[in-house]
Design a protein. Structure first.
Length: 281
């Protein structure tokens, strides 16, 4: 009787150990991408609401330049498109998402600057954008100073509009909205005369079919915005692998094709592909 009790206890312990091991295997099969591909998945942070860059389509698919770059990089890391899980990462939460390990890397119009580089590591840059103005196709606004006395739109809390008002057109009337779509609607109706943010974001909106031919970029270069791929601080191995992937994307012309596919309809005068590791101030 005593022997049977010991055997039962041992058997129970063995079952619990096997169960715990099995659960551990399941959790490792879908992480942020610490493996080298195979049966794993990789979680990548992007924007969901920026046409031409990172957009979640009505059917649940994703499109945009950042999406194409992220997909190419993931493939070089060993992940096929069906192994990618795109995660929405809003601007204010990007550093936290990386620190928490919610995603392996972030490609989401993520401008490299000194403040952010203290919290995350960056691969790239993979695109040099500039702050610009979006105006109606027949607008006579050609310089930032032309905005004096005019209505300028940007999103609430944006540094872009303040840059224009503080440095270029102090007499511009700043109108802030919660999102770029509201600014586009205001520009379309004539409630504002211009919308300002990065030229890549503006080109993405202008390239949309419903806006085709209605808007144009002024072609100003009010700032340099080096888009990088954010990686958790200290993960040098991943940064190096992503840089290798970006260099390959440029050399095999996949980068040029992604630019044309996503920005071509807006006649976006993009800068040449930046040299990886070279930050233009």
């Amino acid at each position: 009787m005593k022997l049977r009790k010991i055997s039962a206890a041992a058997a129970t312990a063995l079952v619990l150990a096997l169960t715990a091991t099995a659960c551990g295997d399941d959790s490792d099969s879908s992480d942020t991408g610490s493996g080298s591909g195979g049966g794993d998945k990789i979680k990548i942070g992007i924007k969901f609401d920026q046409p031409g860059l990172g957009l979640k389509e009505p059917d649940g698919s994703f499109s945009g330049f950042d999406v194409d770059v992220a997909t190419y990089v993931a493939k070089e890391l060993g992940y096929e498109p069906d192994q990618i899980e795109f995660v929405e990462t809003k601007s204010a939460d990007r550093e936290n998402a990386l620190a928490r390990g919610d995603v392996k890397f972030i490609a989401a119009t993520y401008s490299i600057n000194d403040e952010r580089a203290e919290k995350v590591d960056f691969a790239g840059p993979y695109l040099l954008a500039h702050q610009d103005l979006l105006v109606k196709a027949d607008s006579d606004i050609t310089e930032s100073t032309d905005l004096n006395g005019k209505n300028l739109c940007s999103v609430t809390g944006s540094t872009s509009a303040q840059n224009v008002k503080n440095d270029f057109a102090p007499e511009a009337n700043l109108k802030e909205n919660s999102g770029y779509s509201e600014c586009i609607a205001a520009l379309q109706s004539g409630a504002v005369d211009a919308l300002t943010t990065d030229d890549s974001i503006l080109a993405g909106f202008a390239a949309q079919e419903q806006y085709k031919g209605q808007f144009k970029l002024a072609g100003l270069k009010l700032s340099n915005e080096n888009y990088g791929i954010g990686v958790k601080k200290g993960d040098t191995e991943t940064v190096n692998k992503i840089n290798d992937a970006l260099e390959k994307m440029v050399s095999d012309k996949a980068w040029d094709q992604a630019v044309q596919d996503n920005f071509g309809p807006a006649n976006y005068k993009n800068e040449p592909a930046p040299k990886i590791g070279d930050i233009v101030k």
